[in-house]
Design a protein around this ligand. Structure first.
Ligand SMILES: Cc1cc2nc3c(=O)[nH]c(=O)nc-3n(C[C@H](O)[C@H](O)[C@H](O)COP(=O)(O)OP(=O)(O)OC[C@H]3O[C@@H](n4cnc5c(N)ncnc54)[C@H](O)[C@@H]3O)c2cc1C
Length: 512
């Protein structure tokens, strides 16, 4: 089908009133790219006026193959729709290629090294020092990632009525998307473009060779001293893993505590776990700046205590994520963003433009693989199953994959206190959990919060062996909207960490 795309020209004029200041960039085919010098608002296309331009129509277009897009593509194609699937780089997105899967694979290698070093604690003797071959560690990680990445690509390319495009997609209008000089049109468009590492303008950063989570995927050597800027989930996982591989590690955090969204007791325990492995934790680093000094990278901290700077061999920036929405041509479609650049969605993940949805990290309503996948389930249920699932049905849940891991569900203690409701709390250290004792892994604790009136479980944190798995036994009872007494009366298996959850619930005390 062909159509005259004169209306694209109109976008140029709508984007910025200072039309005179458009700078034309080198063109591709009949397109030329332009950027507004004044407002720097995205690239725009200018089509040669009067040219007949091919438009390919689909029932649905999916931009990005993160954790929602592929499953949605399969569901829509299975329902008989023609679906265009667009991916600019790596099939499977962040989780598969530079996020969850590779990091947890590396965490597994780090755990093996750690346990080998602890062998003597268990009566296991290893002759000689434990060393880590980083090339083999990376090769194991690459193999697992490759299988996932290729699996996603093959799956999508094999979909009946699915067409895969490789390239960067940009909206040309509310229901048109430009890809590699081709225009695609659909009444339904799903945005699953994810997020990337945020790079704040730290003074001197341009002179320092820094890595992000993506760059870390290529590391096949042992950094002598890795400085991790950012004391949150991603930074802590990399920090502990590299310490276990054998690097000296310093974690620099600008706030007064690590993982500051967690309760203070959780932050404090996690800091202790890291410090027990001789990781340097530098908090209150308010004036972070970088400098290249010979072959060293120096991070200036200006902390209230301790040395004013730290010099290392390598620098990892793990200071948050930003959505991939800035070069998507959203202004051409009139799709609304919030002040942080996330696409605004309603409870069913619909944007303000009818027929356009946003799923996953780009909508700011969760930053995890499971929240993105749950977004797919919500959209598919509403569109195909006449099942009115909602974002607001969700209970917050996630894990921090240091060792021992932290599993979290629902509200924190601080959030419960802030809510002002009458609540009960139970807490138990891992030193009083037999399974943790026999495994020689007694760091951490578990705690649970219960509504004193309704008996509903409000939230829980399990920092200890298997915490990432055990938390689900609590999460599912929360989804069932059952009172805590259901777990209190349950018979759990001995010896497990989970067997102490009923005991902890039998010792609840009022939240003072
Ligand atoms: C180091 C690290 C560890 C993590 N660990 C965990 C974990 O253990 N558990 C967990 O739940 N979460 C984890 N996460 C978060 C998780 O990876 C993301 O939340 C998850 O990948 C969801 O992403 P998504 O579906 O929004 O899109 P993504 O997976 O980010 O994929 C988006 C895709 O869209 C493509 N794209 C972007 N723009 C365009 C465009 N204009 N045109 C075409 N294609 C485009 C990108 O190339 C990408 O492939 C981790 C993240 C990081 C960085």
């Amino acid at each position: 089908m062909s159509g005259l795309i004169r209306d694209l020209l109109a976008f140029d004029h709508e984007i910025c009133e200072e039309q005179a200041n458009f700078q034309t960039l080198p063109g591709i085919g009949i397109l030329s790219e332009k950027i507004c010098v004044n407002c720097r608002r995205a690239f725009v296309w200018r089509l040669t006026e009067g040219i007949d331009f091919m438009t390919t129509n689909y029932d649905a277009i999916i931009i990005g193959t993160g954790q929602a897009g592929p499953s949605l593509a399969a569901r829509l194609a299975g329902a008989g729709m023609s679906v265009a699937i667009i991916e600019r780089k790596l099939f499977g997105g962040t989780c598969v290629n530079t996020g969850c899967i590779p990091t947890k694979t590396l965490v597994a290698s780090a755990y093996a090294a750690h346990m080998a070093r602890r062998g003597a604690d268990f009566g296991v003797e290893i002759a000689g020092a434990v060393t880590v071959d980083m090339r083999k560690v990376k090769a194991r990680k690459d193999g697992i990632v490759r299988r996932s990445n290729e699996g996603v690509e093959k799956w999508l390319k094999g979909l009946n009525s699915g067409t895969v495009y490789k390239g960067h997609a940009r909206f040309a209008g509310p229901h048109t998307v430009m890809i590699n000089g081709e225009l695609l049109e659909a009444s339904k468009i799903f945005i699953n473009v994810g997020a990337r590492a945020s790079i704040p303008p730290f003074p001197g950063l341009e002179s320092a060779n820094y890595l992000t989570n993506s760059g870390m995927m290529e590391v096949d050597f042992l950094p002598e001293h890795l400085i991790v800027v950012g004391g949150s989930y991603i930074g802590l996982e990399f920090g502990q893993m590299y310490r276990r591989f054998g690097s000296e590690v310093t974690i620099v955090e600008k706030g007064p505590r690590l993982i500051n969204r967690e309760d203070e007791d959780v932050s404090e325990a996690v800091k202790g776990i890291l410090e027990n492995e001789s990781i340097n934790v530098r908090l209150n680093a308010e004036c972070i700046a970088m400098e290249k000094r010979g072959d060293r990278v120096v991070v200036k901290l200006d902390c209230s205590t301790g040395a004013r700077e730290v010099a290392g061999s390598n620098l990892l920036l793990a200071v948050g994520r930003r959505p991939n929405t800035d070069d998507l041509g959203l202004e051409n479609a009139g799709i609304a963003l919030d002040e942080r650049g996330y696409i605004v969605v309603d409870d069913q993940l619909r944007t303000n433009v009818p027929g356009v949805w946003a799923l996953g990290d780009c909508n700011g309503r969760g930053a995890f693989t499971h929240t993105s996948y749950n977004g797919y389930e919500i959209v598919a249920a509403n569109l195909l199953d006449n099942d009115p699932r909602r974002l607001s049905d969700r209970i917050q849940a996630y894990a921090l994959y240091i060792d021992p891991p932290l599993g979290r569900a629902g509200m924190t203690e601080a959030e419960v206190r802030k809510s002002g409701r009458k609540a009960l709390i139970g807490k138990r250290p891992m030193t009083r959990v037999t399974r943790a004792i026999v495994k020689g892994e007694t760091q951490g604790f578990m705690k649970i919060l219960v509504d004193a009136e309704t008996q509903a479980i409000l939230g829980a944190a399990i920092l200890g062996p298997g915490g990432d798995e055990i938390i689900h036994s609590i999460l599912d009872v929360m989804y069932a909207k059952a009172p805590y007494t259901v777990i209190r009366r349950a018979m759990h298996i001995h010896p497990t960490v989970t067997e102490l959850i009923p005991t902890m619930l039998g010792e609840l005390e009022p939240l003072a």
